[in-house]
Design a protein around this ligand. Sequence first.
Ligand code: DP6
Length: 359
Amino acid sequence: MEASSFIFSKKNTIPSKGQFTWSSPSNIALVKYWGKKENQIPENPSISFTLDACKTKTTLSFTKKENDDSFSFDVIFEGKKNQDFKPKIETFFKRIEAYLPFLKDYHFTIETENTFPHSSGIASSASGMSALALCLMSIEKEMNPEITPEYFNQKASFLARLGSGSACRSIEGDLIVWGKHPDIEGSSNLYAVKYPYQVHDNFKKYHDTILLVDKGEKQVSSTVGHNLMHNHPFAQQRFTQAEENMTKLIAVLKTGDLKTFIEIIESEALTLHAMMMTSMPYFILMKPNTLEIINAIWAFRKKTGLHISFTLDAGANVHVLYPEKEAADCIEFIKNELVAYCQNGHYICDRIGFGAKKL
Ligand code: DP6
């Protein structure tokens, strides 16, 4: 599929106003997206677990307006008018206008809220941008009811990607691939697809307990971090490594090999942060407690033989991953030994989810 196949031209019915609500989850990457080309094209493929509890709920109301020479929208975040998100949404609208030419015909009110606390250090761009993209697709569907559910999801993912790369992996669940990979049929740089091969029971119902180590605003945004991969001395090796890790994961997901799974995902997390530490300018997003938690997980794993592991996104929080069949012991360990490292003892128990829902 080419980008041009997502250009919308048909307007059978033009509603004068309306409203749609979608709830869309966050996701956690196992092989990380870090580095992009123009137009939000990733430098390497990535794969993620869709989450279940961490979600954004967005209601998009639209009313036809007189002039059609500019974008017009208000953002209401958790019940209050919000200016902070406007520039990001304006950029998003500019990027997607060619694919949704009705955008300037309407005034939009975007009411949005997250299930996770605002200042939790959990990025809401994946869940937020995917929820908004889905609401916009609901408008397209009203104008053109013939579009198939498959096209709907593909284009929602395509649009979400233009808002925030990782958002394209939040439309469906439970294992999602974004970025062209020779061994993954149907994979694309333009949108994410469901992982198409066999997945062992070990990876069903996987848990992700998110330990909130630092709830403050990140010093370096993901967008800035991605850009620092241009001219990065290790960039090419990193992109090749991600491709190889995707290939290795295919076998691991099939056989249920938890030991190799852990090796791959922990290496991915640490490599992501190694890229940050070795870019110019360099930066560190981990905090002392991030390392305390990692060391405690390693010691507990060695002692018990349980398959508990971690991954990180672009921040200090730790995602603790473990299979369903070991959940009871892992949760007890987390409560007894890891929660002490969380800011105000805050953590979120999440698990693999199955994608966005229209409400
Ligand atoms: C570390 O999707 O937030 O979470 O495309 O600039 O919006 P933009 O970046 P973003 O980057 C996410 C990076 C990551 C890894 C991942 O989710 O794959």
